[in-house]
Ligand binder design. Structure first.
Ligand SMILES: *[C@@H]1O[C@H](CO)[C@@H](O)[C@H](O)[C@H]1NC(C)=O
Ligand SMILES: *[C@@H]1O[C@H](CO)[C@@H](O)[C@H](O)[C@H]1NC(C)=O
Ligand SMILES: *[C@@H]1O[C@H](CO)[C@@H](O)[C@H](O)[C@H]1NC(C)=O
Ligand SMILES: *[C@@H]1O[C@H](CO)[C@@H](O)[C@H](O)[C@H]1NC(C)=O
Ligand SMILES: *[C@@H]1O[C@H](CO)[C@@H](O)[C@H](O)[C@H]1NC(C)=O
Ligand SMILES: *[C@@H]1O[C@H](CO)[C@@H](O)[C@H](O)[C@H]1NC(C)=O
Ligand SMILES: *[C@@H]1O[C@H](CO)[C@@H](O)[C@H](O)[C@H]1NC(C)=O
Ligand SMILES: *[C@@H]1O[C@H](CO)[C@@H](O)[C@H](O)[C@H]1NC(C)=O
Ligand SMILES: *[C@@H]1O[C@H](CO)[C@@H](O)[C@H](O)[C@H]1NC(C)=O
Length: 595
């Protein structure tokens, strides 16, 4: 990670990446316009005359079947007890309605309801997905096990309201679609919609509403279909739903259903609840041996750029090869660091009283800067998310050095002098695994101070079901596909170059579970260096203006002003670079990834 960008900046980048960078080799030049460097981008505006089958007509499968997990307790058992409600994940569907235009890539969206619901379980809502992706969703179905006859956990709705229908619309669609909101009995919430292909109200026993103490608040997530900017589909927008709170302690459980927002019918006609793991039970979390099996199946393969001089190493290698601990006020007497960091100060806060640096001897320094790929280790943090129904496996890599930032200025590539360089670089990718069946659902790619989630169908897989991650040249930001991503505006921005080379790390080969707070502390021993709260590199003392002037010298007229504009647009944090703090000090440690 090299630059301290603001979250919003990356949110807009994330959106673009999510929507635009869907195939390998496709790259953005301009984050406001999303135009492309590579002519293969033209395939993004797939025309409707195209008679090829839609992506959604194919079911996504992990490259190799989900392995049989070692025996455990509640993990991959099919259903999970939320403390009175048993939930079961269904991913086989019956299609109810589809439109072939609007939504992402203007390919439309399809609506489904769960088929083959197990005996005793009930539908909570329909599923919907844009047509530009392989079919890969799921919805939860639920069974009441409270044995509470006066106030059962699940109840039929008392009526339905029609939120929206496609009847009056002249769009490319299969018949007509009708989206219904269940009217709940007092004290109950609907967590999903029913979609029908005829104007008759669905039967009341079609769906169940959930007693409100078994629900948490939900919010819209990614856009599935609707009016967008172009067409007005009677004011409708469809989004996937997710719990509003998503930390490791949060109890909200996603239902897999969607939220229909109709401007015509106001905000009262909205789904605003998901399920809740009321007893905060972690019974569905994997055991240590199941975690090892998950890592064996899904460990990301990280590719480094062919020109990358600064590779990862193990933390132990960094310490053993001359890294030094500096103490403020005694800078002339830095101390070597023990293998596990046991002589590093523990706890406290990032108060600048201590920091780490490369060896002082120039030769040793240059050697350590380059890292040692053969010896590099992946450090795994295992945490429950989404009310204990998913496991996040955060895969951390350590690089002794982060190279200088590089900018793209129209057709030129320039190195930004020393800007962006720093000692000690922590980067990660996160695997999100379903605790219902152990399937890999999505992967998070950290990119500077932000990142993006990519759903399984959007990932590149190798060697079975191992997702591929690309570490960008110098900055080591993680991307799901090769190519160039430029972060900036008007053809000027920071370069992220990703490419395959023979430098690749299977992060499962030398991986260490270094933290799993949900397991007894005797089972996972945290290395002392994890609890070192200060910086992993020194403040680098360079004059930013001098560095920029060196670059500006080579630019003429328009380019110079475009570059100045880009530089002025960057947040201040980019320039006053300091060595970063370790994994445990990041906001994502106890929460969800920045999103
Ligand atoms: C665009 O990218 C594709 C896939 O990476 C590559 O095969 C092709 O040569 C590239 N085209 C240009 C014009 O760079
Ligand atoms: C995934 O499996 C289903 C059912 O076995 C099959 O119909 C589908 O074609 C498979 N998808 C791919 C991409 O191979
Ligand atoms: C496994 O699922 C069954 C229902 O399918 C349930 O009765 C049982 O309690 C579950 N086991 C655990 C350990 O959660
Ligand atoms: C799904 O479709 C099949 C075949 O048409 C039908 O037998 C089944 O009842 C349907 N399931 C639901 C939940 O409607
Ligand atoms: C049923 O649920 C209600 C609402 O939570 C509660 O007040 C009541 O005590 C429960 N009754 C039984 C028999 O558990
Ligand atoms: C919107 O809500 C009103 C009443 O709240 C209802 O009469 C109408 O059918 C709903 N649907 C549409 C598409 O207007
Ligand atoms: C500075 O560090 C050296 C070596 O660790 C130590 O001997 C000395 O006492 C320290 N001096 C001060 C002022 O802390
Ligand atoms: C690094 O620089 C910042 C800002 O100039 C300063 O607040 C901080 O104390 C410095 N840290 C160290 C470790 O010297
Ligand atoms: C993928 O598997 C093959 C065969 O088992 C192996 O030779 C190769 O090194 C693996 N690739 C990576 C990147 O681990």
């Amino acid at each position: 990670m090299f630059l301290g960008f603001k979250a919003e900046r990356f949110l807009s980048l994330a959106l673009l990446l999510h929507i635009v960078c869907t195939s390998p080799g496709i790259c953005l030049e301009d984050s406001t316009m999303g135009n492309c460097l590579n002519s293969s981008c033209s395939s993004l505006s797939i025309s409707k005359e195209n008679s090829e089958p839609l992506p959604i007509e194919t079911i996504f499968n992990l490259s190799s079947a989900i392995p049989t997990w070692p025996p455990g307790k509640g993990f991959a058992n099919g259903s999970i007890d939320l403390g009175g409600i048993l939930v079961y994940q269904v991913s086989s569907f019956n299609k109810t309605w589809a439109t072939h235009e609007g939504g992402p890539d203007n390919l439309g969206a399809t609506f489904y309801e769960p088929s083959s619901i197990p005996k005793g379980y009930f539908m909570l809502g329909s599923y919907s997905q844009p047509n530009n992706k392989l079919l890969f969703g799921w919805v939860l179905t639920a069974k009441d096990v409270t044995n509470n006859h006066s106030r059962p956990a699940l109840k039929m709705p008392v009526d339905y309201t029609l939120v929206w229908s496609s009847e009056s619309l002249n769009i490319n669609q299969d018949g007509h679609g009708y989206i219904w909101l269940p009217t709940p009995p007092d004290g109950y919430n609907p967590v999903g919609h029913v979609v029908t292909s005829s104007p008759e109200k669905p039967p009341l026993d079609k769906i169940r509403c959930v007693r409100s103490d078994f629900t948490n608040s939900a919010e819209v997530d990614s856009w599935i279909w609707g009016q967008g900017d172009v067409v007005n589909y009677n004011g409708l927008n469809i989004y996937s739903s997710r719990p509003s709170q998503r930390g490791t302690q949060s109890l909200g459980v996603p239902t897999g259903t969607f939220i229909a927002q109709s401007q015509n019918n106001g905000t009262s006609t909205m789904i605003s609840a998901c399920l809740k793991n009321v007893k905060a039970s972690l019974s569905a979390m994997p055991t240590l041996s199941q975690i090892r099996a998950l890592v064996q199946a899904y460990s990301p393969l990280v590719y480094f750029h062919p020109d990358e001089p600064y590779l990862p190493s193990s933390v132990g290698w960094f310490f053993q090869n001359g890294a030094l601990l500096y103490i403020k006020g005694n800078e002339s007497n830095p101390t070597p660091i023990e293998l596990k960091g046991s002589n590093l100060p523990q706890g406290g806060s990032n108060d600048c009283a201590f920091w780490l640096d490369l060896p002082r001897n120039q030769q040793a320094k240059e050697r350590v800067q380059k890292g040692e790929l053969q010896d590099a280790e992946a450090y795994l943090h295992i945490k429950p998310v989404l009310g204990g129904t998913f496991t996040d496996i955060v895969v951390w890599l350590f690089y002794p050095f982060n190279g200088a930032a590089r900018a793209k200025i129209k057709f030129l590539t320039v190195s930004l002098g020393k800007i962006g360089e720093h000692v000690g670089d922590w980067e990660h990718v996160t695997l999100r695994v379903s605790n219902f069946d152990g399937a890999l659902k999505s992967v998070y790619f950290s990119q500077h101070n932000g990142g993006v989630w990519v759903d399984a169908p959007g990932l590149e897989f190798q060697n079975g079901s191992k997702p591929v991650a690309y570490a960008s040249l110098h900055g080591h930001a993680m991307f799901s596909s090769a190519g160039l991503v430029v972060q900036g505006n008007n053809g000027v921005g920071l370069r992220n170059d990703c490419e395959k080379s023979n430098m690749v790390m299977d992060t499962g080969t030398r991986s260490i579970v270094f933290a799993a707070e949900f397991l007894p502390s005797s089972m996972v021993v945290e290395p002392p260096w994890l609890n070192y709260a200060r910086k992993w590199g020194p403040n680098i003392s360079y004059n930013t203006d001098d560095e920029l002037k060196k670059v500006e010298k080579f630019l003429l007229g328009k380019l110079k002003s475009a570059f100045k504009k880009f530089v002025n647009g960057l947040p201040k944090e980019v320039f006053g670079e300091e060595g970063p703090t370790g994994p445990k000090m990041k906001d994502s440690w106890n929460g969800e990834e920045n999103s």
